[in-house]
Design a protein around this ligand. Structure first.
Ligand code: NAP
Length: 350
């Protein structure tokens, strides 16, 4: 297996494989920063050397023989993923392509052609998009007689999210509020696409017969300055983002995903205020609600940093645990609606 991008999530994947997965062999690790280039992959994550030097040499990695690439860079590159798929490596990612049938035609067709060329499978998942917006609602729907509406709310304060290149650089916290616009920013366009894809995935899987997905975004300015790791979020710049995305049939809301994100923990009074974490509501017969939270532990004293990392672990494990099923799946796209239920490969075993 090759790991592409050992950042916050990818590092957790590396330690999980080294510590718990004797059945998986890491043969390559792609890094971007000069400081990590040439460093042994085990040492990168505080483990003994494993004899694999991390590299920024894409060609050398593509030439390796590997069943699967776990692809977790900050920014996805569809050309890169197509190259990996066409070279005969399955790709499992946290980054993009959560429901390829609803990607723009050109992207969809390129990915499909690369899978055909390499006889490979592409899969994207994580926590959200991923388990909570795909696997969990589909699992709960097994108890439904009829469904009127599915709503997933994600309330997160990202003050402790140490990937500030993502929260500030990509997501535009700390930027002027009018910059939070997927029509003018490529990363935000992709972020919009991934949630919209999740809505189509649920709609298509549950016969919602959606005819459109509407997207409303509200960016909220900070009342005061906040120091967030290496970044200063200045008063007046973006400290809150509410993305409301609704799949509709004849104008009627059927599937809704709403994010309520802050950095600096200033929470706007006019926003809905579910508990922190994720709240999934299925209105129907019967109506059901689940509130989901990740922590490092509910019993032992864990540091704030450990708690903050818990969602990253969940994101990575959903993809790592899916790898055998992705490798076994037919050539093409494997989604959370087509793969079998993904379980922990390690479970109670240490
Ligand atoms: N599906 C979900 O539920 C979910 C949840 C959270 C995040 N995500 C996504 O998962 C991905 C990884 O998140 P993360 O928190 O681990 O990110 P991160 O900590 O910022 O690091 C990701 C990696 O990006 C690499 N990188 C540096 N410059 C880059 C560039 N110009 N282009 C591409 N990659 C570059 C870094 O390289 P070095 O190793 O050399 O530093 C690092 O390995 C992101 O795309 C994020 O949006 C998905």
């Amino acid at each position: 297996m090759i790991l592409w991008g050992p950042g916050s999530i990818g590092s957790e994947l590396l330690t999980a494989i080294i510590d718990h997965r004797d059945d998986l062999e890491i043969v390559g690790v792609k890094v971007y920063s000069d400081s990590k280039n040439g460093v042994d992959a085990g040492e990168l994550v505080g483990r003994d050397p494993i004899g694999v030097a991390a590299t920024n040499d894409d060609g050398a990695l593509v030439a390796l023989d590997a069943d699967c690439v776990i692809y977790t860079p900050r920014n996805g590159d569809i050309d890169e993923v197509c190259r990996l798929l066409a070279s005969g490596k399955n790709v499992a990612t946290t980054v993009f392509g959560f429901y390829p049938p609803r990607l723009p035609d050109a992207d969809h067709q390129r990915l499909e052609a690369a899978c055909r060329e390499g006889n490979t499978t592409f899969h994207a998942s994580g926590i959200n998009p991923g388990n909570l917006s795909g696997v969990l609602p589909l699992a709960l729907s097994g108890m439904s007689r009829t469904i009127d509406k599915i709503t997933l709310q994600e309330r997160a304060d990202m003050t402790l999210y140490d990937s500030t290149d993502i929260s500030f650089g990509n997501m535009k916290f700390g930027a002027p509020c009018d910059v939070v616009n997927p029509d003018v920013d490529e990363y935000l366009r992709d972020m919009k696409s991934m949630f919209v894809e999740q809505i189509w995935l649920l709609g298509d899987a549950l016969n919602a017969d959606l005819d459109e997905v509407t997207v409303d975004i509200e960016a909220i300015p900070a009342q005061e300055d906040h120091q967030i790791f290496d970044r200063l979020l200045r008063a007046g710049t973006t400290a809150g983002q509410r993305w409301n995305m609704i799949g509709r049939r004849n104008g009627e809301p059927r599937v809704e995903i709403e994010t309520l994100w802050t950095v600096g923990n200033e929470y706007p009074e006019h926003w809905p205020a579910p508990e922190h974490g994720w709240t999934l509501t299925i209105e129907g017969d019967p109506s059901m609600r689940v509130h989901f939270l990740t922590l490092a532990s509910f019993t032992r004293n864990a540091s704030i940093a450990e708690h903050a990392q818990a969602a990253n672990i969940a994101t990575g494990m959903q993809v790592l645990n899916a790898v055998p099923a992705v490798c076994d799946a037919p050539c093409g796209f494997a989604t959370n609606a087509t793969l079998p239920l993904i379980r922990s490969a390690t479970g109670f075993a240490r």
